[in-house]
Design a protein around this ligand. Structure first.
Ligand code: SF4
Ligand code: SF4
Length: 307
């Protein structure tokens, strides 16, 4: 059994309790307008290109048997003829073209993560699976978590909740902490901003019992950083899951992932979006606190409002 992993963050303190390693699975059924990991959306492996590293040698063009690469004064462009054979990656002397993800077995991934067990034990941390969407690699995630539990490592599932309840339950059997995204309750807005309906997401979260459940809401200017959006989520939590939720995080937007869009040669409509200001964050936090959740906080970079 194998899965494509596009990143492993070592020693993060943002994805659950304590110091953690976060594993990013390739492939996501959502395509959120504000996505910070656009390289993780496509389920298959692909390449990306860093213009800053390119020396314009043309070796990639010679290596590509499919005529999929054009070199212009603006750098390299990979067109739709690309068959993802990754020959160009092997021949690029500057590592300007690289593969986005690498294949792992659950055992190989476990071996990599166990290198950091000492840090997990000292800090009360563990491993978090994210993406992309880990629940869409259900068999792999379940087996990986099973190994982690056998080795005494705490497990956290970071999920959009967009998957079948059966799948969630199977993974939850080996999960200690659930980081669950609630982005917007209005289903039309959810579809408009993420590409999918949120019916199954709202149902799945109601069925999570007896786990450390952390809700996460990205607060994005002109999208979810809106009093009505946060009030709707606050009401939903209060009515349905307040007793189960340990913490609700409002995750402040930043546009630091712009270079990822550039490397994928994709335009991003949020590239000039400003940071959330402290007065807006404070207002949203006040509304979120009405949910009855004990710990409500704002994470990420907040621009201090100077009067
Ligand atoms: S991955 Fe293969 S087909 Fe695609 S651009 Fe590189 S060499 Fe060409
Ligand atoms: S082989 Fe690498 S460095 Fe040379 S032109 Fe292609 S991407 Fe640029």
């Amino acid at each position: 059994m194998k899965a494509l992993i596009f990143d492993i963050y070592k020693g993060t303190t943002h994805d659950g309790p304590g110091t953690r390693d976060t594993v990013f699975f390739k492939g996501c059924p959502l395509e959120c307008k504000w996505c910070h990991n656009p390289e993780g959306i496509d389920f298959s492996n692909s390449i990306w290109y860093d213009k800053k590293l390119c020396i314009g040698c043309g070796e990639c063009i010679k290596a590509c048997k499919n005529g999929a690469i054009n070199l212009t004064s603006d750098g390299v462009f990979v067109n739709s003829l690309c068959r993802r054979c990754f020959e160009c990656v092997e021949y690029c002397p500057a590592k300007a073209i690289t593969k986005i993800a690498e294949e792992f077995t659950p055992e190989a991934l476990a071996k990599e993560i166990l290198k950091d067990k000492e840090y997990f034990d000292i800090s009360g941390g563990g491993v978090t699976v994210s993406g992309g969407e880990a629940t869409h690699h259900a068999e792999f995630t379940k087996e990986f978590f099973r190994i982690m539990k056998t080795e005494g490592v705490s497990t956290a599932l970071d999920t959009s909740g967009f998957c079948s309840q059966v799948v969630v339950n199977e993974i939850l059997e080996y999960t200690d902490v659930v980081l669950y995204d609630l982005k917007v309750i209005d289903s039309a807005l959810h579809k408009k901003w993420t590409g999918v309906d949120n019916g199954i997401i709202l149902e799945n979260v109601k069925n999570i019992k007896g786990k450390r459940l952390w809700i996460r809401t990205p607060i994005i200017p002109t999208f979810t950083a809106d009093e009505n959006v946060i009030r709707d989520i606050s009401d939903f939590i209060k009515e349905n899951i307040a007793n189960e939720v340990e913490r609700w995080e409002l995750c402040a937007f930043n546009n630091s992932c712009i270079s990822k869009y550039e490397k994928l040669n994709k335009t991003w409509e949020l590239k000039d979006t400003p940071l959330i200001t402290s007065d807006i964050a404070d207002k949203l936090l006040d509304i979120a606190k009405e949910s009855g959740v004990k710990e409500v906080l704002c994470t990420g970079i907040i621009k201090q409002q100077t009067v």
